[in-house]
Each structure stands twice: as structure tokens, then as C-alpha cells.
Design a protein around this ligand. Sequence first.
Ligand code: SF4
Length: 456
Amino acid sequence: MIGGPDLSGIIGVFSKNNKEVSKYIYYGLYALQHRGQASAGISINNNGFIDYEKNLGLVGDVFTKEVMERLKGDIAIGQVRYASYSEKNTKSNSEPLVVGYRKGALSICMDGAIENYETLREKFEESGHIFQTDLSVEVIASLIAKYHKDSLTYAIKMALDEVNGSYSLIIMTKDSLIAARDPHGIRPLSIGKVGDDFIISSETCAIECIGGEFIRDCDPGEIVIIDDNGIRSEKLQSKKRALCIFELVYLARPDSYIDNRYVYTSRFNTGEILYTEYPTKADVVIGAPDSGTVAAIGYAKKSQIPYTEGIIKNRYIGRTFIEPTQDIREEGVRIKLNPLTSNIKGKDLILVDDSIVRGTTIKRTVEMLRKAGAKSVHVRIASPPVKHSCFLGVDTPNEENLIANYMTVEEIRKAINADSLYFISLEGLVKAAGGENGFCKGCFTGDYPVKRSKSS
Ligand code: SF4
């Protein structure tokens, strides 16, 4: 499906008199790079004229010194994007999208996925509308243009009433910055300030990284409008809160704070609960870098088994353009991860990771640890078995490729060659995340907050 999952990091800044806000966006995008490495873009308002730069690649590749010197203005938005489908991964499918309509120009970017994208797009196409991209936000921009007679806020409300899915949006006009979060609050969105300037960001880590201060989360179903008159908000129809619990397990940075909970604390708690639910004796606890590290520290604290580094990750790899051949893979060339033999040889290990999806990575990791001399490898997973695919913004494979969908836990243990395997319970994960029942847990239960049509 084109217009499918678009996991992204988004950020916007509004200033009354600072013409250098592109620098905030630039550093903010660096802080959000973990949410998407396929493309990066910034659009900026300079006295009513919207300039932009976007391309495939990492933030450091796309924005040269010359580009940054050109991007001047006092309102700006930016996005780093994951791009789940290769056909979508083109420069024109990068965001922010800049569009012109009868009221002028606006720029828009989104984190999330629109479930009824194809239906909405088909309706427009049947009436002769031509789309320039495969982006979900182009449909949202077209809806806004369709409804925009008087107030832009009214048009956004009307447009979002037609949209079904998960979305955190940032929109820039010639004189305002507008943010919106879907009625369930599936993707995060936070509001902050740096000096007198306002910031909207997917995660608080970007606000802090540019020297700003977090104010509050954008509420589910809230539209926040920032302009020369200050900040105000309007409400969409609100629905049952359902933050994607995977944000806490894996997606968000551990130094972020989402909907009144620290991501680090949630991950640490999963490690403690993993030990409480299934205590195991071992010599050391190691984490799969980086996603299992915090849970491994929690496991070590609760179990009193020493935590140690067991696998070293090469942090200087951007994207590798030359895929290793099967021969190279089989020879065990380890470009990204290498075991720390001195810490694991002859030892009974607890290996903690955030999740098992296809099972291929954990299998390779266990094999690598055994080759390095581990006496036993006990795998502990800080999320329940992933049995269902996600259509709300996270690029999980089809269900038939999810190992937990077609194997029991014992069969998975054998397939990955672990001495033992345990997944945290769903109750344990929810407790670790703060205990309140305000989450989407669809990939574990098949029960999603948003109704799924046959086409998605
Ligand atoms: S289905 Fe899973 S990954 Fe998708 S939004 Fe829900 S919890 Fe997150």
C-alpha cells in the first residue's frame, strides 16, 4: 500500500523575531534521527515565502553549510522519515510537503499512518485531482484546501474528521505554526519553549537538545495553534487514549518523556519485571545494543547479577550502501556488532532484548555469543510475542513473517538456539509503562484502537 506507515520524527519552531530558527530545526532533527534515516527535510517561512530543502539521506548528509545559510526565517518545520516501502523512498516523497492553494502556501509533515488513505485519495482522483507524491500528508493537505473557506483551524478540523489512523502533524503557514495529534494520541507530540520561541516536537529529547524546556504534551485530539497572539488550542472529538506502547519499548529515545512517563524508567522497569516473573541464575546480564540495554540494567539491578557489556556496536556506520553478500555474511564479518569475548567467554549469560519480530537478528546474536565462548545464553525479551502487524505507523512485517505468529515460545527457543527464552507478560509490560490502561497493544493482542479496513 502506498501512503502506508510513515514512522518519522517531526519538529516545528515559531518565533516572532528570530530569523535563525532553521538551526533549531537542524539540531532537533539530529536528536530525532533514530525515528527515521531515509530522508530529511526542512521548510521555512521567510516573510511569507516558503523555502525548503529535502532529500534522501541522514540530516548530516542533506543539510550542507550552504543550504543552512540559505534557510532563513522565523517559522520552520522539519522531518526525518523512515519510509517503509522502497518505491516511496524518493526525494519527492520526502517531507515536509509544501503546497500552494487559494489562501497561499502551507507546509506540512506527519508522523503516523492514515488507515483510509487509499479511499480518500481515490475520491479525490475520481474528481480529477492530481497528486504529486505518495505521501499521506498530501491527502490531508488536499482535505484542508477543500474545506478552507474562512478559518484554517476549521478546515483542519473538518479535514481530520475524515481521517482515520494515527497521526501527529505539524503545519506551517505564512504566519502560524499548527500541531495536531490524533484522537487516541497514538504517536507522541510535545510542546516546549526555547527563550520566547515555541517548539513542537515528536519527542522531548529534541526540545532539550536545542536548549529548550518541555512545557506539556499535546493532548490526544488537540489542535494547537501558535501565532503572534500566543498559543491556544481547539479539540477534535476525543477518543480512548491509546499511546503506542512500542514507543516506550523501542521507538522513542530513552531520554524522552511521553505522556507523563519517562521512557528510560519504563524500559528499566521491564527488566526488573522480567526477572520477577521468571527468575534465572547466571553469571552476567548483557543487553542487545542499544535497544535492550536499559532493560538489561533493570534486570541486573533486580537480580543482583552483574551487568556487563557483552556486544560492541560500531556507532560510526551510517547507512551501508553495499549489502554484504551471503558469503561475507556466512564468514561472520561483523561490521555493526561484535562480541566482547573477555566479558562472556565461559559464562552463563542473560541476554536482554526489546522484542523479537522475524527472529533473524536474535538468532544471529545468540550464535555470535556462542562462538565467542558463552557457556549458556538465556534470552529475555522486554515485550510480549509480536503476533500481529502494525498499520498505525510502525513498519512490522506481514503476520506470516512474524515468528511468534507461527511458532510457540518453545519452538522459537529452539529456532534461535537459546538455552531458555522468556517474554515479559502483557500485564508486566503495562505495569512497567506506568500501569494505566491507555495504550495501543495491537501488535500483541490484535486489538487496535483504530478500525482496520480490508485494504490496509
Ligand atoms: S500495533 Fe503495536 S506498533 Fe502499532 S501502534 Fe499499536 S502498539 Fe504500536
